[in-house]
Design a protein around this ligand. Structure first.
Ligand code: FAD
Ligand code: FES
Length: 283
């Protein structure tokens, strides 16, 4: 087995892939909440992906990613046995884990992947873990069995009602609060708009909330400034100061704007990639 080799590949839905990688160095030290940066081939972009799970004994690390553009599509084309050119990490600060009491862990869409190792560790140290995982529809729901195993209570929501409760994760959160659950901490990871909405609810009830931010990153080591976010009016770099932050202090609107800075370039990169792919299939 070689470093960065794909030991196992699974497909959750058409565009969501899971890789189990052989990573003897990273798995010596990694913790829940941290991430890696991958580069598929020599001229590929560097992209950050959360460590969704790891096994120190087997030296394996799991990543789960959604193919949303050129780089994730290119990564998703790799197969079992292939080797990713670069995988660096662990990066970022680990999630602060302790016994808070009752914790609600909320994962939306691909955000369930980073929530899972955090929920697992929170459960291990004695918290009561209530998990709420949501997706637009049933086919986009990931890690249901894994999340169920680490949760004392487990709720699924889908926007279209194709599975679990119909509605958003925030509806389930409100129901939990309304039915008298005393929540000591909320961990919410998913699309920025989802985290913003969860924080709106938890602010109302004064529930401390950890969110994991996903701004555009380049180096992942605090040098380029691409990942800057505003937390309580102060500039922070998500790659070294986060990606976890106090949700009540995050400027989500600024983050959403900054995520869209390169939309035109990303569209061109995807079109060019698809053209090259089509040409290589025809040749
Ligand atoms: C700490 C962190 C952890 C992440 N973990 C996961 C994960 O576990 N699974 C997953 O599917 N996605 C994760 N992401 C998002 C993932 O990095 C982007 O989806 C990916 O970079 C998109 O690249 P692309 O070329 O395929 O798409 P593009 O078409 O280039 O971009 C699509 C969208 O992805 C975002 N994006 C683009 N480039 C980057 C970049 N270099 N860094 C961050 N975001 C970018 C932008 O918002 C953009 O609008 C994470 C991001 C961060 C910052
Ligand atoms: S990615 Fe460059 S400073 Fe964070």
């Amino acid at each position: 087995m070689q470093e960065h080799q794909i030991i196992k590949k699974e497909t959750y839905s058409e565009d969501i892939k899971k890789f189990v990688l052989y990573e003897p160095l990273i798995t010596k030290h990694c913790q829940p909440g941290e991430f890696i940066i991958t580069r598929t081939k020599e001229y590929s972009e560097r992209i950050p992906l959360t460590i969704a799970d790891f096994n120190r004994d087997e030296k394996t690390l799991t990543i789960i990613f959604q193919e949303v553009g050129k780089s994730t599509l290119e990564l998703g084309k790799l197969e079992e046995g292939d080797i990713i050119l670069d995988v660096i990490g662990p990066l970022g600060k680990p999630t602060h884990i302790k016994n808070y009491g009752t914790v609600v862990c909320i994962g939306g869409g691909i955000g369930v992947a980073p929530v899972y190792p955090i929920a697992k560790k929170l459960k291990e140290v004695g918290n009561k873990v209530i998990s709420v995982i949501g997706a637009r529809n049933k086919s986009l729901l990931i890690m249901e069995d894994e999340m169920k195993q680490v949760s004392d209570e487990f709720i699924i929501t889908t926007d279209d009602g194709s599975y679990g409760k119909k509605g958003f994760v925030t509806d389930a959160l409100r129901e939990l609060i309304d039915s008298g659950n005393k929540l000591d901490l909320c961990v919410a990871i998913g699309p920025v708009i989802m985290m913003k909405m969860v924080v709106k609810v938890t602010k109302e009830f004064n529930i401390p909330t950890i969110v994991s931010l996903n701004p555009i990153m380049v180096d992942g080591t605090g040098m380029c400034g691409a990942c800057r976010v505003s937390i309580g009016g102060k500039t922070k770099f998500a790659c070294v100061d986060g990606p976890d932050f106090d949700g009540h202090k995050v400027d989500f609107d600024e983050l959403m704007k900054r995520q869209k800075i390169y939309t035109d370039e990303e569209k061109i990169a995807l079109e060019e990639y698809n053209k090259r792919l089509k040409k290589s299939l025809n040749d």
